[in-house]
Write a protein that binds this ligand. Sequence first.
Ligand code: ADP
Length: 447
Amino acid sequence: QDENTDIVVIGAGGAGLSAAVEATDAGAKVIVLEKMPMVGGNTTRATAGLNAAGTEAQKKKGIEDSQELFYQDAMKGGYNKNNPELVKVLTTQAKDSVVWLESMGADLSDVGRAAGASVSRIHRPTGGAAVGSNVVSTLKDKVKEKNVDVRLKNKAVEILKDQEGKVTGVKAENKDGKAYTINAKAVILATGGFSANQDMVISYKPELKGFATTNHPGALGEGIKLGEGVGANLVDMAEIQTHPTVVPEKGVMVTEAVRGNGAILINTDGKRFINELLTRDVVSKGILDQKDGVAYLFFDEGLRKGLKAVEEYFNMQLVTEADSVEELAGKIGVDKDAMTQSVKTYNDAVAAKQDKEFQRDDLPLQLNQGKVYAIQVTPAVHHTMGGLQINTNAEVMNKEGQVIKGLYAAGEVTGGVHGGNRLGGNAMADIVTFGRIAGQNAAKAAK
Ligand code: ADP
């Protein structure tokens, strides 16, 4: 016996949950399919924050920003390979996404600086705490309050269409692997990326063979295949981002905010080697060029106090700590004199407000307060920029450049928003902004 609904949302990460809330608010009957035993997807792992320009939080801090500057940063960060129309939507509507999330109880009151951003515009919870879990729990409470039918351990295996090519529903598998069909007026793909699918990653970018990933195990790219099944066009598939600071073997990502708030990178010779705030691809390559392809994030107690997100790394015992730089160098097996000199040179640069060595323009604090810390890091596969082609209505496009009727997509499963390189903070902005657009438009189509 087939089921009937207005909208099926596939995937319950940030994009899918945002879409589900909007579609429900617009009066549609929504079923959310989530293959994992919990909601949240990879969004739960997002630490840095959500980029938005022109927010109240920025105004309070006296930060001058504009949607135009945000747009330019996103395009430049993506090497202008981004779809300009999608970036326009992202950069003009992200501030509304902040207001929307806050109205539901999310905490995005803290604003910080992130790599590739001309000004501070990355929004996150008080004290610099991780953003993803805060946003996911907010959205999760909301779908619960609205009695949305969220089905965990239910996987979409096929998108159904009629003879004209209009999407008519989804074939799914329940907890017991039993297949069933949901007829729907619209389907929203919000299945996330494919960073955890090694074979798929290598098929598009062979040089990433052997790389670890920061992603949750469900990031397998099934949404790409589901979309392809109904003729969706794919864009930018080879644009795959590595995150520069991941703890080797453990796959734990150290948030960009650590560098943003002032940490530096030291190689195994005890030397700084790069402007730590360059884009992810450049910093990743910089680390891979060092001996053993690793480096150390170095910071002090002063930084630790201002960034709650780092406590997690202490709890996971990823941090080596010492009372002095010299002692720390000894513990991590790095040349003591070189490291002491590197830290001193950097602290002098902060005092002089000028980094002559590597031209880092944001020098928030000297690293000389209390204890000192080091975390060994190496790059790992982090984000897949490519995916299903969408238009500004979040409608999925086919290979002939036409809209696939009844099919919408949002979040990491789509391509085009981030171009050749995603800036930290732009994924959260993307998934919520386009998730909302997909939900609103699918609900209209379902009327
Ligand atoms: P985004 O950031 O774009 O919202 P996430 O990774 O946070 O992406 O969320 C995507 C969600 O989609 C994950 O929870 C993942 O388990 C789920 N998912 C992926 N493929 C399927 C599928 N075939 N059926 C149901 N859920 C899926």
